[in-house]
Design a protein around this ligand. Sequence first.
Ligand SMILES: Cc1ncc(C[n+]2csc(CCOP(=O)(O)OP(=O)(O)O)c2C)c(N)n1
Ligand SMILES: [Mg+2]
Length: 340
Amino acid sequence: MISGTYTKESASHIIDKIFTNEKASHLYRQLLWLRQSEETLARLYKEQEMRTPTHFGTGQEAVAVGVCEALECEDVVYSHHRCHNHYLAKGGDLFKLVAELYGRIDGCSAGRGGSVHLTAREKGFVISSAILAQTIPVATGSALAFKMDDKPNIAVCFFGEATCEEGAFYESMNYASTYKLPVLFVCENNLYSTESPLNTRQPEDTELCERARAFKISSEKVDGNDVYAVYQAASLAVARIRAGKGPFFLECMTYRWREHVGPCFDHEVNRTYRSKEELESWMEKCPVKKAASYLLRNEMVTKDELSQWNFEIEERVQKAVTLAKQSGWPKALELFENVW
Ligand SMILES: Cc1ncc(C[n+]2csc(CCOP(=O)(O)OP(=O)(O)O)c2C)c(N)n1
Ligand SMILES: [Mg+2]
């Protein structure tokens, strides 16, 4: 549903441009890029050479790709603790991400930040932070700066649904709406906050879009495992924001496959807050498989092309990992430089 004065009909020219063969295939390759990167990191993490707490985003790739592909390079993105997907989708260098996880000098934060403090300023990925909701007011501030400087750019903030339980989220929505700021709030609703399910944290039948509407912010809820649905919704939201109509709230329904923090699946480490059956039911809705089916169904690709992309991406990931492992360590005497 989209609320407010904006209608899908009024933006049909944007939708027409969306699903070209080339773009649809590109979105799929981006999904695969994120999936293979994250799966490789999860495998390597078990070797215990990466000493940074890491929140894997396997299963949630379509949100990052669908939104970031609707943006321009100069638009800025902020993220939270589960940030690898957003960093990569906005064009962050995998080599610098892997080096960061290994604590190396070539890491995107020079080995000081770890998994939750990624940055790729040159690509418009400003920062991620593990403090829930911390980046929402900052993204809102970036949007204010764009408006004051009369720039056409927008700011985007990704966060989980539990972050909608933080006060800073409401203060930011109130301010952004009052001043019609160019900011896109993207909620990745994966149903859990660490091991707490939604029904222990939010009243029954809560619709987060209704909360956005209370601040007179237009909103839409989409299938966050369908990259094409997310891309379409994000493109429309971005067009609306760029037209000066103020902020937008996008809720994407999805599911994290691995444990809250760390590389294992919950059942592998005997966690029982959710069942293996529930996980498997979401794995059937895998965003990568879903996109592949779409492309094959519409005869946009062949199975051979899919295999070829798989192979090429695997090679790119391996190359980044090899390079990152060769990177040097920060010097002990410089350890406290650039640390706040
Ligand atoms: C202000 C604050 N409170 C609590 C935490 C501890 N914490 C870290 S991640 C997390 C769960 C967040 O859930 P959600 O926002 O839904 O994101 P998800 O992990 O599901 O992607 C919590 C409670 C924190 N980092 N910051
Ligand atoms: Mg969550």
